[in-house]
Design a protein around this ligand. Sequence first.
Ligand code: PEP
Ligand code: MG
Length: 936
Amino acid sequence: MAKKATRVQKSGRRTAKRKSPTSKPRSRQAKARTPRKLVCFFGDGKADGDRTMKDFLGGKGAGLAEMTNAGLPVPPGFTISTAVCNLYYERKGKLPATIDAEIAVNLKKLEKSAQAALGDARNPLLVSVRSGAKFSMPGMMDTILNLGLNDKTVEGLKARTSNGRFAFDSYRRFIQMFGNVVLEIPKDAFEHEFDGVKREQGAAQDTDLTEKGLREVVTRYKALVRQRTGKAFPEDPRAQLAMSRDAVFRSWNNPRAKEYRRIYDIPDHIGTAVNVQMMVFGNTGERSATGVGFTRNPATGEHEFYGEFLVNAQGEDVVAGIRTPQPIHELEAHMPHAYRQLRAITTRLERNYKDVQDFEFTIQDDRLFMLQTRSGKRTGYAAVMIATDMVAEKLVTPKEALLLVDPEALSQLLAPGFDPEEWAREPIIAKGLPASPGAASGQVVFTADDAVEWSNQGKKVILVRKETVPDDIHGMHVAQGILTATGGMTSHAAVVGRQMGKPSIVGAGSLQIDEKAKRFVVDGREVKEGEYVSFDGLTGEVKLARVASKPSEILQVVNGELEAGRSDIYQRVSKLLQWADKHRRLGIRANADLPDQAALAYEFGARGIGLCRTEHMFFGEDRLPIVQRMILAENDADRRKAVLELLPMQRSDFYGVFKAMRGSPVTIRTIDPPLHEFLPKREDLMVEVAVLEATGGDARTLEEKRRLLARVEQLHEFNPMLGHRGVRLGITFPEITEMQTRAIIEAACQLAKEGQKVIPEIMIPLVGHVREFRDQKAVVDRVAAEAMKGQGVKVKYLVGTMIEVPRGALTAGEIAREAQFFSFGTNDLTQMGFGFSRDDVGKFLRVYQDKKILDRDPFASIDVDGIGELVEIAVTRGREARPDIKLGICGEHGGDPASIHFFEKVGLDYVSASPYRIPVARLAAAQAALSVRVGD
Ligand code: PEP
Ligand code: MG
C-alpha cells in the first residue's frame, strides 16, 4: 500500500496543472535525456542537448539545441542549465568555482566556433545573455544584448564593420540594458540622457543620431552609472558575463515573473536557464533585419505565415514598439532569399515538432539566423482550429491532436467574450479568484431580490455580495455575473456559478461591500447600486465600465439557437471530443440538480449524473414555505405532513432528471445542508421583532416572528459545516430520507412503466461511520420495497455513499461491505482534511500561496499528497472489500484537468463535473488516459 501511494503521489505531482488559456500540452512524449554537464554547448551542427531536455535547458535552450542538431543556421552558444539557477538560490547567490570553470570551457568552444574572442580589441566576440525557463514566460524575465563591448572592443567592432554608428549604437544599447537589468538603474534615467543628446544634436529620430552623437550618449550613460552606483561601468567582459548571468537568475524572482507563475500555475522551484549566444546583428544596415513570427495565426488559428519584422533593427526594437514593424510577408520583397529560407525552415520545424512554432530570427547582411523556436501560445479558439486542421492536413493523427489542446481552451469557447480592444481600454480595478469563466457586464445590485427586480425591468445586472448563500439562487440565476468579496474556489458562489455556467469571481478581497447601504468601495472609489461593472471570469479581472460582450457560438448551437451545420467551431469541437471519447477510460458524469441542467449536460456529452444535490430543489418559491413548515414543526405528525407535501414535487423533479439522462445512471443524494439554511437569517428576524415590539405592530405577526426566531436560535450552529447536516439529518429526521427515497423510486417506476431504462443510485452524504450508513440504507431499502410494491414494478437501484469525511475514507473497507458505490466528495474531504473552511479559505489562501505554503488552491486542484492519499486509501480498501464497487468523484475537482489525471491514475470509474465543464473533463480524461503531462 505504502509503496503504491508513493507512486501515485509522485505521478500526481508530475501532472501539475497549468491553466494558461493560451498554453498547450506538449505534442510528443519523448523520453528526456539525463544530462551530465551543467552547461551545454550548441554550435557547428552539434549540440550537447536536444528538445527533450526542457526541464534542464529551458524551452529556449532545448529549441536552440534541437535546431542546431537539425543543421539549421543557429549562432553558436551555450546554455547554463536550470540546475545552476537552483544552485544560485540555494547558495544565496554564490556559485561554486566548478560552474565558472564549465562556463570558461564552453566560452572557449564558443570563441573557436565564432572565430572571435570575448574582450579581443581587434576581433571582439559579442554575446546575448537571455533567460529561458521550461515554460515560456514572455517578457517576464531579463535579457542583455551586445555583451562584450567596452571602450576598446567598440573600436574593434567599428573597424571590423567599417560602421562607427552601428558600433556605438550597439555599445549604448548594451550599457543601457546592463545598467537597467544588472545595476537596477531605472530605464527613464537612460532615456532622459538619450533624449537630451537627441535634442542637442537636433535629431528627430533615434536613427538620426550620428556616431558623434552616440559617442556622447555613451559618455553620459557611463557618467550616469558612476553617479547611481558609485562605481565605473565594468569594462571586463568576463565580469559583465558573470554579473549578467546572475541578474537573469535574479529576474526569475522579480514580482512580475512571480505573479505570472502564480496565475499560470508554473512551479516556483523549476528556475530558469541562461542562454549565452553569439550576437548576430539585424541592425548593420538595409540588408539586415530582425523579426518574430508564428507558423500559424495564434489568435485565429488560420493557416498563414504570421509575424512581423523590422529592417535595420535589433530584437528589442520589435517588441519596444518605438518603430512599427512590417507584416512578415513584406519581407519577401526586401530579401527574397532569406524569406524563402525562413519559410522553408519554419515549415520544417512545424513538421518536426508537430505543432505551431513561435520563432525569432535575425538577418545579418542577407544571412538568416534562427534565434528561437518553441510551441506557440494560442487562444482557445486557435487551439481547436489548429488541432483539427493539422489532422485534416495529415500532419498529426487524431490522437496526437488531442494533446495539442489545453482542456481549458474548451471552457474559454463556451464563455461569452468581450471585444478585446474595448476590454483593453479600461483599467483593472480589482482582482479575485477566477471561479467561472466568461465575460460579464452590467449594473451593480446588492441583493438577489434586486437582481430579479432589475432584470425583470430588462436591465443586465451583476450581483455583488460579500458572499452568496443558497437563498441568493434566484438572483444568481438572472444576473450576468456574480462577484463576491470573500470565499474560495468551492464557496457557494463559485460552485453554483460554474454549475450555471455563469461568469463568477469570488474572493475579490479589495472590495469593501456595504450591502445595506448598497455600495462598495474599491481602490478609494465608491461604486453605488446601478453603476456599471464588467469582469472576466477567466482572469479574475474587474473593471468599472460597461464593456460589450457576445455569447458563445457553441452554446448557441447547444441551446438550439444556431444550426450545428452553420457553426464551424462547434463542428470542430465535436470532432475533437469524439476523438477524446475514443481514448478516455474514465466515464463522464454531470453534477446537475434540475432536468434542464441534466439535458444540457447530456448535450455536452455527460452520460450519467454523478451528483444531484436534492436540497437545491427545496429552494423554489413554491417549496420554501413547505420546507420551513417541515423544519418548524413541533411534532412528528406535523413534520410528516409537510414532508409529504414535498413528495410530488421531488418526484416530478427526479422524473425529469431521469428522463433527460436517457437511461444513464443518476446519482441522487439525500439532503445535505443544515436546516437553518432554509430559514430567514437570525439577525434579520431580530431586527423585525424589535421593530414590531417598538412600533406596537400586529400581535399575531409578532408572535409568529418570535416563534420563528426561537426556532432559528435553536437551530443556530457555531460551525454549520461540521454540524447537523448530511447523514446526520437523515438519522435524526428519517422521514426526510423516506420521502426522498419514495420520490426517487416512484419516479423510476413511472419511467420503467413507460419503457425507459432507469438506473437510480441513492447516495448518503457525509458518512464517517459504517453504522451511519447502515441506518440510512435500512430506511432506503424498506421504503424502496414499499414504493415498488405500490407501483407494481421493480427497478434496480443502488445505495452508496459519499466519501467526504476523513474517517469515512479510512474506514472505507467496512463501509464498502455495505455500500454499492462511493463517490468522493473532495470539497468536504479537502475542507475536513485540511481543516480549512470552504467559505473562509479566500481570506488567507493568497498569503499561503505567496509564502509558498501551498502551490495551488487545494479546493480547485486536488492536493495529491494529502487529500489524494485519503482518496487512494479509500479506493484500495473499498475495492478490497467489494471488488466491483463503483467509484466516482463529484467534488469540484471532477472538472479540473490536473485532478482528473490523478483520478485516472488511482483508477476511479468516472468523474462528475458541472455541465459547462463536461467538454473540459472529456478532453482531460483522454489526455490522462494517454498519460500525458498537460502543460509540459
Ligand atoms: C463535496 O463535498 O465534494 C460535494 C460534492 O458535496 P457538497 O459540495 O455539496 O458538499
Ligand atoms: Mg460535501
